[in-house]
Design a binder for this molecule. Structure first.
Ligand code: ZN
Length: 184
């Protein structure tokens, strides 16, 4: 209702009392007509995000058309997206490895809404893709293309479709989407 002129207060003895707050409530009409004091402000906020060393190198790799991971020589896992420390062994990772640009669909979702909650005519298939050559369970989130949403399956083999080199900027979107390897 948008009116905050009263509230409820629970007491120690289990009683609930209705409380009146001081002030004058605004009616929905007054709100809609803007007949009360309004102030509108538009913000133009800019921000930058520090990727850190591991993700910076991963993004540079994408720009060059490569998916990079890291290897921990103690547990022998290959991790992607890369990180500087193995979270299992609690030690610094040992080396960088170039992985294949293919993978297996680990999980997916068919989305009919955009990220601003507006409805999509054509659904978007979002998937976690386990990258081939990395350890099981190591994957990246991306979108699938060149496939009917109803035909997507967990376990499907997919390959990265890269943007042309001159359009790559060092972002996960340098991979336009992943498409099925097998003929659908
Ligand atoms: Zn490890």
């Amino acid at each position: 209702m948008g009116r905050l002129d009263a509230g409820w207060h629970g007491c120690n003895n289990g009683e609930v009392k209705r409380l009146k707050f001081a002030g004058t409530p605004i009616s929905p009409e007054e709100w809609r007509n803007e007949s009360v004091f309004f102030k509108k402000e538009e913000f133009d906020l800019k921000y930058a995000w520090d990727t850190g060393y591991a993700i910076a190198k991963f993004l540079e790799g994408l720009k060059a058309g490569k998916i990079l991971g890291v290897k921990c020589n103690r547990c022998e896992r290959i991790l992607v997206p890369p990180r500087m420390f193995c979270e299992k062994c609690f030690r610094k990772v040992d080396e960088w490895v170039t992985l294949r640009d293919t993978g297996t669909v680990n999980t997916f979702s068919v989305s009919y809404v955009n990220n601003d909650a507006s409805r999509r005519e054509k659904p978007l298939v979002v998937a976690v893709i386990e990258i081939h050559g990395a350890s099981p369970g190591m994957g990246i989130l991306h979108v699938l293309g060149e496939v009917e949403p109803s035909r997507v399956r967990v376990g499907m083999q997919v390959k990265a479709v890269w943007k042309p080199e001159n359009e790559r900027v060092g972002a996960i979107t340098d991979i336009a989407y992943f498409k099925p390897i097998e003929v659908m």
